[in-house]
Design a protein around this ligand. Structure first.
Ligand SMILES: [Fe+2]
Length: 143
């Protein structure tokens, strides 16, 4: 588990030590952010979560579109997570050097995957997916 600041209005997870002035997703004030010790599950939770991590940890692949543009492709997860009305991946959030850069909202009609493109050269890319039942899972990689 990894601790993080969480917006109590929309569930956005902040990867920096101090709360943002406003939530970048729902615009709520910094006052609604709470530090949660168990905000994120990581690849270090594999031992305690059985097979669950295989369906939840984001799998990241990087495509070099050009020298200054990288496509960050994400699948959830190594074994595809189910997408049913009662149990599905609701969103995938992307961060570059701990700064939120964007997110994709999903419905159960879609595959649990998505991509964004940006200049990510030399940056740490973090991807967090939210499962409506099993919570938030993070994978990080350096481009
Ligand atoms: Fe799940």
């Amino acid at each position: 588990m990894k601790k993080a600041l969480v917006c109590s209005v929309c569930g956005y997870i902040h990867l920096k030590d101090t709360a943002p002035e406003k939530c970048p997703v729902c615009n709520a004030s910094s006052k609604v952010f709470n530090l949660k010790d168990d905000a994120l599950k990581t690849n270090e939770d594999i031992v305690t979560t059985g097979e669950s991590h295989k369906k939840h940890l984001p799998v990241i692949s990087i495509n070099n579109v050009s020298e200054n543009v990288q496509e960050i492709k994400v699948k959830v997860g190594e074994l595809e997570h189910p997408m049913m009305p009662e149990h599905y991946i609701t969103n995938i959030m992307f961060y570059a050097d701990n700064e939120y850069v964007g997110g994709i909202a999903l419905t159960h009609n879609l595959k649990p995957e998505g991509s964004i493109s940006l200049n990510a050269k030399g940056k740490k890319i973090s991807v967090i997916e939210h499962c409506n039942i099993h919570g938030d899972w993070i994978t990080e990689t350096t481009v």
